[in-house]
Design a protein around this ligand. Structure first.
Ligand code: RFL
Ligand code: PHB
Length: 394
């Protein structure tokens, strides 16, 4: 079989890239290791930057987001029992974020792909990439016990942090940058009304807490926990009690608790591989970089990579421009590192670090008072939170 672009992975990056390319008349095949149900069962991000929403609209799947997504004009921070509103829209000249779950984005993209008839192979085994340095790379995989092969012009490695694509780049040509954070996030999803209209990022001596949401009737809460914790140590009742202890009494009294629909612990990691390209293989999203979720940047950075790769491939196929191909990594990494910076900054600002010295703690307190107490500080938080602009590909 032959196609123009083989996309490895049917997470949000792979599906979004596939849809944008298909709409631009560039045939592509997606190869995914899991089943569609498994992919939809992963509960992850919830906040979309305005640039991400615009890209989803360009992919032709904006309808449900526009109808059901909750546009948030602000966000709140909480520390020393003080609530600090951050007026995103005012501070950024009109930009906002949208609450719309990654699961729903994936569902909309899967439906669009099915409607347009583009091919996705689910349940693919032993996916392997070949000849990525040549002009005719190819991908082999197993489907129903049979070995299959697809030849293509380009491969997009959209297969997440544990995928195969990054591993096919020789170790000597990749440079990896990593920081493991000394705690994790315990997340709980419940069909209860959110405790507050806006998201609340809370610093507390017992650890960070986040009050997020998926809709007016579905909440998502997170607690900072030590890496040694296991989910089964956290029955729902213990989770709710701990969350209440990290919130001021009026909010704790208002918190509606209920059965968890999902509960999981995610370790926090910062990671980037450079370059994000090797010959005709392009790495996209979590395959190339991971951020701690504190800045809500993971999914948005994945969309940012897709934006650049899509434009570069359109320029190649529609205008015959091959000069842009080698610039993908530089375009993508500029925004990736700014996202890494903001995510690390937010993580540092809001979490409790057990190994910090009294001096470190005073610095962290001063950071919170400065950034959340001055117009300049609030503006820098707001402009990063709503998403920095994409660079024009030219
Ligand atoms: P994904 O979503 O991991 O999708 C990759 C897809 O590739 C498939 N795959 C393979 N397919 C074929 N062959 C192979 N060998 C393959 N290996 C893997 C996988 O099955 C999967 O379907 O990456 P993508 O598309 O780049 O999307 C990135 C986002 O998913 C990610 O950035 C965010 O979800 C990160 N993230 C969060 N981001 C936020 O902004 N807010 C959050 O609250 C948030 N929570 C999370 C998260 C990531 C988590 N992970 C990865 C541990 C919570 C968790 C638990
Ligand atoms: C979420 O709703 O899952 C969420 C929201 C904001 C974050 C991280 C996760 O910073």
């Amino acid at each position: 079989m032959k196609t123009r672009v083989v996309i490895i992975g049917a997470g949000p990056s792979g599906l979004l890239l596939g849809q944008l390319l298909h709409n631009a008349g560039i045939p592509n095949v997606i190869i995914e290791r899991q089943t569609p149900e498994y992919v939809l069962g992963r509960i992850r991000a919830g906040i979309l930057e305005s640039g991400t929403v615009e890209l989803l609209r360009q992919a032709g799947i904006g309808e449900r987001i526009d109808a059901e997504g909750l546009v948030h004009h602000g966000v709140e921070f909480l520390f020393d029992a003080r609530r600090i509103p951050v007026a995103l829209e005012q501070l950024t000249g009109g930009k906002c974020v949208t609450v719309y779950g990654q699961t729903e984005v994936t569902r909309d993209l899967m439906a669009a792909r099915q409607r347009c008839g583009a091919r996705t192979v689910y349940g693919a085994g032993r996916v392997e990439l070949h000849d990525t340095k040549s002009d005719r790379p190819c991908v082999t995989y197993e489907e129903h016990g049979e070995r299959c092969r697809i030849e293509c012009d380009f491969i997009a490695g959209c297969d997440g942090f544990h995928g195969v694509s990054r591993q096919t780049i020789p170790a000597a040509t990749r440079r990896e940058y990593e920081r493991l954070w000394p705690f994790g996030w315990l997340g709980l999803l419940a069909d209860t009304p959110p405790v507050n209209n806006e998201l609340i990022y809370a610093h507390h001596a017992r650890g960070f807490a986040l009050c997020s949401q998926r809709s007016l009737t579905r909440s998502r809460y997170y607690l900072q926990v030590p890496l040694s914790e296991q989910v089964d140590m956290w029955p729902d009742e213990r989770f709710w009690q701990e969350l209440k202890r990290r919130l001021p009494s009026d909010l704790a009294a208002r918190l509606v608790t209920g059965h968890s629909l999902e509960k999981s612990i995610a370790p926090l990691r910062s990671y980037v591989v450079e370059p994000m390209q090797y010959g005709r293989l392009f790495l996209v999203g979590d395959a190339a970089h991971i951020v701690p979720p504190t800045g809500a940047k993971g999914l948005n950075l994945a969309a940012s990579d897709v934006n650049y790769l899509w434009r570069i491939l359109c320029a190649y196929y529609h205008q015959g421009r091959s000069d842009l191909l080698s610039r993908y990594s530089a375009y993508a990494l500029d925004r990736v590192w700014k996202g890494e910076r903001f995510s690390a900054f937010m993580t540092h600002l809001l979490h409790d670090f057990s190994d910090s010295t009294p001096f470190d703690k005073k610095m962290q307190e001063a950071d919170r008072r400065y950034y959340l107490g001055s117009q300049a500080g609030l503006t820098t938080i707001a402009e990063n939170y709503v998403g920095l602009p994409f660079e024009t590909v030219a």
